[in-house]
Design a protein around this ligand. Structure first.
Ligand code: SF4
Length: 228
């Protein structure tokens, strides 16, 4: 695996990475660790709905951070603020304006934390997913960092150097929880509609894992009819 090189203008080797989930962050976390980058994970994702899904995603990421001895910052689940930002954008498609606001919100908080805690380089695991628009993510990250002197957003393309395939290998090896929609209530609604239109069942929160099926009967079943 090729070692990562920080941007030429990086002041030190500390990086604060906004992480969306363990499957997206796994490869990046391993690569940073092996490249002697002093990584801290910043988990701020109030977009994720319902809370049970949020807790599962967060705990998977935390578990892997503990395994690699990486500091994990667990931030608020201020879901009402997220809904305020998304207001009027409920029917936007993925990669549209609602997603820009969603990234902005998460990166603004990341950049603020970086500024207040002496980090100069921030980045995000979001861009590794082929379902995301990397340009949109980078624009949001750069915009957030620009508000704070001494903070820069690292626009590295995590899909390169094998990252896109290794993220799935690690997810399987670590038996990560496999989320089946982007995260918010609207993406859950739209993914369920798409599945139902193809004769598939709606998403069952907490059931799919990359390696083997682990069913916890206490977990709820998502029902899109109750979400709209
Ligand atoms: S689809 Fe994903 S990125 Fe877009 S608003 Fe919902 S959670 Fe955020």
């Amino acid at each position: 695996m090729e070692k990562l090189t920080l941007p030429a203008d990086a002041i030190d080797n500390r990086v604060l990475m906004h992480s969306c989930c363990a499957p997206c962050a796994g490869d990046i976390m391993e690569r940073m660790k092996e490249s002697d980058i002093d990584l801290t994970i910043f988990f701020y994702n109030p977009n994720i709905h319902p809370k049970k899904e949020y807790e599962i995603r967060k705990n998977e990421n935390k578990r892997f951070a503990e395994k690699l001895d990486i500091t994990f910052i667990d931030v608020d689940y201020d879901v009402q603020n997220w809904f305020s930002r998304a207001k009027g954008l409920e029917w936007e498609p993925e990669r549209g304006e609602r997603c820009t606001k969603c990234f902005d919100m998460r990166f603004e908080r990341t950049a603020l934390y970086a500024f207040e805690n002496g980090f100069h380089t921030i980045t995000s695991s979001l861009g590794i997913s082929r379902w995301k628009n990397m340009e949109q993510i980078n624009d949001c990250g750069i915009r957030a960092a620009q508000n704070y002197q001494g903070v820069s957003y690292w626009t590295f393309n995590w899909r390169k150097q094998g990252g896109a395939s290794r993220m799935y290998e690690i997810a399987k090896k670590e038996n990560f929880y496999k989320q089946e929609y982007c995260g918010c209530i609207f993406s859950l609604r739209d993914t369920n509609s798409w599945r139902v239109s193809r004769g598939r069942d709606e998403i069952k929160i907490g059931e799919e894992f990359y390696q083997e099926s682990k069913i916890d009967p206490s977990l709820t079943v998502a029902n899109s009819k109750s979400l709209v």
